[in-house]
Write a protein that binds this ligand. Structure first.
Ligand SMILES: [Zn+2]
Length: 350
């Protein structure tokens, strides 16, 4: 009997070393014990082979029942443990769980963020417009940072030419709606974050509904019509807006919040460039890592704004020229005659 058990242990050890699949290991064991049973049942009691493999069927039956009970017990305990694990996972309000404290430990030790700042991140609701080049690093870092609720608006699907820079998506999700791909990516990164996917184009009809109730809007869209619409809706609702844009090798970002004294987007860019003067990324090209830099800077500004750390980019625009490795900060001012945010200003038609 000991010999047979020794062979069984050898089979398991060999299987583990060779990285054989569980089903192969089980099959070998079934053959081994099948042979032992055949010997016990088929051969006469005095047979040497029968004596060498245990002598009687009963002892084997007892052993197998015992092993069955032990594995059933381990299986039940494992199931209970994983149930307890999922039950403690997503929780938007209330104190941090032990896993969250561990996850955000490097934030919590920062003097400017601390436990209070991390709690602000957890209760924050942000809306990201565009799940493309800028939206990718932006959402990954906001998700990793523990921003509790991240809404994302985009009507596009993932295409192969996106993957040179849109690191949120992946080759196996080509053809999937970007908002769902984003939701999938963030749920894998941080289960404590809720992603609200809005698969639609931001329009005059839905903008107000989508932006209402959020704490901060982040615009990573790729066209002027959307940027103006996001800005007008933010001004109308009194919401802070962090907007970024990139082209070829250069990008810029700023915080627009007229209520706090800074300009709105339309103060800085009163008119959209004429057709053809500002070609899109598809027409003009864009260096893949550039949105990684500018989108991450937008995430930095968002985290600072939510946690009230440092100086926000209010009334300042940060310009990054990657081709020459230069950063510039430019003062921006509110225009008294701005059609969007000035008191008597006529609202730009959405
Ligand atoms: Zn303005």
């Amino acid at each position: 009997m000991t010999l047979v058990l020794f062979i069984a242990v050898l089979v398991l050890a060999f299987g583990r070393v060779m990285k054989a699949s569980k089903s192969v290991q089980v099959a070998v064991l079934v053959i081994l014990f099948g042979a032992v049973f055949a010997i016990q049942i088929g051969l006469p009691e005095q047979s040497e082979l029968r004596q060498a493999t245990g002598g009687s069927v009963q002892s084997w039956v007892i052993l197998i029942v015992l092993l069955g009970v032990i594995s059933l017990y381990t299986f039940v305990i494992k199931g209970l443990k994983s149930k307890a694990h999922t039950a403690t996972a997503p929780q938007q309000d209330g104190p941090f769980s032990a896993r969250e404290l561990d996850r955000y430990a490097r934030h919590i030790v920062l003097r400017e963020i601390g436990g209070a700042g991390q709690q602000r991140l957890k209760s924050a609701r942000v809306l990201v417009v565009g799940a493309g080049g800028l939206g990718s690093p932006l959402m990954l870092y906001l998700g990793a940072a523990g921003v509790g609720t991240i809404g994302v608006v985009d009507d596009d699907t993932v295409s192969l030419s996106n993957l040179q820079r849109q690191v949120l998506h992946s080759e196996e999700r080509v053809g999937m709606a970007k908002v769902f791909s984003a939701q999938l990516a963030l749920s894998k990164l941080n289960p404590f974050v809720t992603v609200l996917p809005y698969r639609r184009r931001l329009s005059g009809e839905n903008a107000r509904d989508l932006l209402e109730g959020v704490d901060l809007v982040l615009d990573g869209s790729d066209n002027f019509a959307t940027r103006y619409l996001v800005n007008e809706t933010c001004v109308a609702l009194g919401l802070p807006l962090i907007a970024g844009a990139i082209s070829q090798w250069e990008g810029q970002l700023s915080l627009y919040h007229p209520q706090e004294g800074g300009p709105c987007y339309a103060c800085v860019f009163p008119t959209a460039p004429a057709e053809g003067l500002a070609p899109s990324c598809a027409e003009a090209g864009v260096m893949g890592a550039l949105p990684g830099v500018v989108g991450s800077m937008m995430a930095v500004e968002a985290i600072k704004f939510i946690t009230k750390a440092g100086e926000p980019l209010l009334g300042n625009m940060l310009i990054y020229d990657s081709l020459y490795g230069e950063n510039r900060k430019m003062r921006t001012e509110r225009r008294p005659d701005c059609p969007v945010c000035s008191v008597g200003g006529r609202r730009r038609k959405a």
